[in-house]
Design a protein around this ligand. Structure first.
Ligand code: MG
Length: 261
């Protein structure tokens, strides 16, 4: 599996990413007090089907014996970092912070993106800062991308933005290549990982960059459902993700930001 996508594949990815971003924007707007996580998932399924796409998370298994993911959308509430289940009896409350992560197959290629929503207007300033800084760290990470650079440049830019602010940077999950599969090489940690082999950025490399950040410690656990990743210390967590393609001089967004017009 090549890490490099052809110009034709990049065009397809951009078409898919545009649709995915539009869907996530609608789900963001629907993420209000009282809505059920399965209702948000239903929007994802319906809009993907209408657009001719297919949910890439639905039925996904991390390894062969794991439980298949039950939805098209991950809904991760408060201390849940990622991979929260969009199932009944999980209702969004005022004051929650909700990570919404979505992936789609379109014209044979996969894109991936996420945002975090503060529900209602009662969040503490430190919670607002967590969400804003997680997004800002992603902006920093992608700003250093260009052909000839290195994966560690992205990791370092994210770490350098977050570390002085004393956040926890989740280490067990990382960004990744995407396109031919939901998760591909290379891994893109959100911190400098000296054990990883240096990988140079090349034109046509497609990456999902996704800082996962906490108000406490970086350590996480997997819940009994086999999917939901929670902070070990129960601190709140935020997550933003975009898919980008490396260009000669920088990057192009495959998945436009869902929270900017
Ligand atoms: Mg991802």
């Amino acid at each position: 599996m090549s890490m490099i996508k052809t110009p034709d594949e990049i065009e397809k990815l951009k078409r898919g990413g545009e649709i995915l971003s539009r869907i996530l924007r609608e789900i963001r707007d629907a993420c209000v007090p009282g809505v059920g996580s399965e209702e948000l998932d239903a929007i994802a399924r319906k809009r993907m089907a209408e657009a001719g796409g297919e949910p890439s998370f639905l039925g996904y298994r991390i390894s062969k014996n794991d439980m298949a993911f039950p939805g098209a959308l991950c809904v991760s509430i408060n201390e849940e970092v990622v991979h929260g289940l969009p199932i009944p009896n999980r209702v969004i409350q005022k004051g929650d912070i909700v990570g919404l992560d979505i992936g789609m197959w379109y014209e044979g290629l996969a894109t991936d993106m996420a945002t975090t929503v503060i529900v209602g207007d009662k969040a503490n300033p430190n919670v607002r800062a967590l969400v804003a800084d997680t997004r800002a760290s992603l902006v920093q990470g992608i700003s250093v991308i260009k052909a000839g650079g290195w994966i560690r440049d992205i990791s370092g830019a994210i770490e350098d933005y977050l570390k002085p602010k004393k956040y926890g940077i989740v280490k067990d999950l990382v960004g990744h290549g995407v396109g031919h599969a939901v998760h591909e090489e290379p891994q893109v940690p959100n911190y400098r990982e000296p054990r990883n082999k240096p990988i140079q950025l090349e034109v046509g490399m497609v990456l999902a960059i996704e800082p996962m950040v906490t108000l406490g410690d970086w350590r996480v656990n997997v819940k009994e459902d086999g999917w939901t990743i929670v902070t070990a210390d129960k601190s709140l967590a935020a997550h933003f993700e975009v898919t980008v393609v490396v260009t000669e001089t920088g990057y192009d967004l495959i998945t436009p930001w869902p929270d900017v017009n």
